[in-house]
Structures are given as structure tokens and as C-alpha cells.
Design a protein around this ligand. Structure first.
Ligand code: GLU
Length: 287
């Protein structure tokens, strides 16, 4: 486990999932993380928990693109698919405190449970989609069927911590970033900490790994802003240090749409093939 960097030294990371080509938006995030690590260290982490979507060739392309941009990082690179025991240990700690439960609901069940009582109104949506209505909340882990999801009992988590709110510091968006218990339950709810057949979820893995790597500043797109409340709640429950956050703007295409992995036209590979230099890319990104 990496230690916390010395006073004044920062440690940042870029944590892509090898599910497609890196595009200009990723280049922005990676270059920003690299710059924010001054003075300090920049790490690369491969977020490959969803093995059905990750491919070794995308991982190789990520290494190639980042090296082409001029970034350097220490080896070996942390790969989340190799960290399942660490996620299982974190789940056990939460289980010991009665904070997680198994969930067998499919998306259609959740939708049906939410839509029925309030016909006409749109059901509430959080960072992970529909806010879970709590159907399985009374179930015990001991009764979990094989291959079920595991959810955080967010209400119980707030009660146990005895805190009225979760909050974080953001160096890019200064202000008062807090969410109280009631708003958290209404806007986020009982998030999935272990997806079916995966042994973890994005939220649990990112929290456990940022702590294991001693990350002090987390640069990420502003689209993850609401997820950060989940992460700081998990840090409090697992007694992990809380990094500073840096939510950055998203890179959009000319029509204002956020770039997606399927947007092959904006793939860094394309720019490289067309003879662009890293300096051109920086210029395009306003860096
Ligand atoms: N793998 C995540 C992504 O690419 C990491 C982002 C984060 O947690 O900051 O969106």
C-alpha cells in the first residue's frame, strides 16, 4: 500500500476504463491530473472491474496514447481486476456494522416499484439511475442468493456515523458542498456496492483504491459531482482519508454534446494518425 505523500506533495491519478478509445475529454482529464501533481506524483490506474466490456487492446492503446501525450507514471500500474480481495475486505467491514444488504431487484422491478405509486410523475434519478425504493432493505446477507447485488443501507450509515451531512472540499469549485441525510436519501439512496457477478462496484472500488494509493487530489469530470457524496460517505464508514476533489469541466463537441467513448471521431488515435502533435491537442483543449 502506498503511503501518503510528504507535506506539500500531492498525488493525483488518472483512472480510465479500457472499454474503448481515449478521446479528447480523457486527454483533458489526464493532462490536468498530471499538472495538478506538481509538486508530487501522478499515478495511472486501470479501472477494469467490468470484465465483459474491458479489452487488453484498449488498455495497450491507453498506455500508448498517454505516453504520446508525454505523460509518465510509476510501474506497476494498479489494475482493479486484481484487487477483488481488497474490495471483499471493505464489504466485510461494512457487513460487520450491518450496513449492507443483498438485492435481487432487476431494473424493471425498480422501475415498476417507483412508477406505480406516483403515476404520471417521473421517478427520481440519482448518479446511478433510478433511486432505489428499498424493496430488499430488510433482507439479510446470509439469505443472499448466488450472484446478487449488494447495496449500502444509506439511512443506517448516516445513523451509525451520527453525522448530519457529508461534505468535501473542491479546489476547482469552491463553495459549500454538503448533503444532509434527507437529501442524500432522496438524491442518491441505497447505492450498489457490489454489482451482480462483479464483487464490487465503481463506487466501492474507487474509494478503496484512492486510499490504497494515497491519492491526495482527485481530478474528475463534473459529471461525477453527485457520486463524490457517495465516496465521502464510504470514506467515513471505512475510516479512510478524504482527498481533495477537483471537478473539472467536460469537453464537448461543437454541438455541445459531451464526448463519449463511441465518439470515435474524437479518439486520440485519430488525431495521432492525422499528424497532430501533443502540443496541438493541448491547444485544442485550452491547456
Ligand atoms: N474510471 C472512472 C472514469 O473514467 C474514474 C473517474 C473517477 O472516479 O474519478 O470515469
Amino acid at each position: 500500500m502506498a503511503g501518503i505523500p510528504g507535506p506539500g506533495l500531492r498525488r493525483t491519478r488518472f483512472a480510465p476504463s479500457p472499454t474503448g478509445p481515449l478521446h479528447l475529454g480523457h486527454a483533458f482529464s489526464a493532462l490536468l491530473a498530471y499538472g495538478l501533481a506538481e509538486p508530487g506524483q501522478f499515478l495511472l490506474r486501470i479501472e477494469d472491474i467490468d470484465q465483459s466490456r474491458c479489452r487488453p487492446e484498449w488498455e495497450q492503446e491507453i498506455f500508448g496514447d498517454l505516453a504520446w501525450l508525454g505523460l509518465e507514471w510509476p510501474l506497476p500500474v494498479m489494475r482493479q481486476s486484481e484487487r477483488l480481495p481488497a474490495y471483499a475486505a471493505a464489504l466485510s467491514r461494512l457487513a460487520e456494522r450491518g450496513l449492507i444488504y443483498p438485492c435481487c431487484c432487476r431494473r424493471a422491478d425498480i422501475r415498476a416499484a417507483l412508477v406505480a405509486p406516483q403515476e404520471g410523475a417521473d421517478p427520481p434519478v440519482g448518479p446511478d439511475g433510478l433511486i432505489y425504493p428499498g424493496t430488499c432493505r430488510g433482507r439479510l446477507l446470509a439469505d443472499a442468493g448466488p450472484d446478487e447485488a449488494i447495496r449500502l443501507n444509506a439511512g443506517a450509515a448516516f445513523d451509525l456515523l451520527g453525522i448530519g451531512q457529508v461534505s468535501f472540499d473542491d479546489e476547482a469549485l469552491p463553495g459549500d458542498h454538503r448533503l444532509g441525510r434527507t437529501s442524500f436519501l432522496a438524491r442518491v439512496g441505497d447505492v450498489v456496492l457490489s454489482r451482480r457477478g462483479m464483487g464490487t462496484s465503481y463506487h466501492l472500488a474507487v474509494v478503496v483504491d484512492d486510499a490504497a494509493q494515497g491519492i491526495t487530489v482527485v481530478p474528475r469530470g463534473v459529471d461525477l459531482f453527485e457520486s463524490t457524496y457517495i465516496h465521502v460517505l464510504l470514506q467515513a464508514l471505512l475510516r479512510l482519508p478524504r482527498p481533495i476533489y477537483h471537478h473539472h469541466q467536460l469537453i464537448r463537441d461543437t454541438s455541445g454534446k459531451r464526448l463519449a467513448k463511441r465518439d470515435d471521431a474524437r479518439a486520440l488515435r485519430r488525431y495521432r494518425e492525422d499528424g497532430a502533435t501533443p502540443a496541438t491537442v493541448r491547444q485544442l483543449l485550452g491547456l
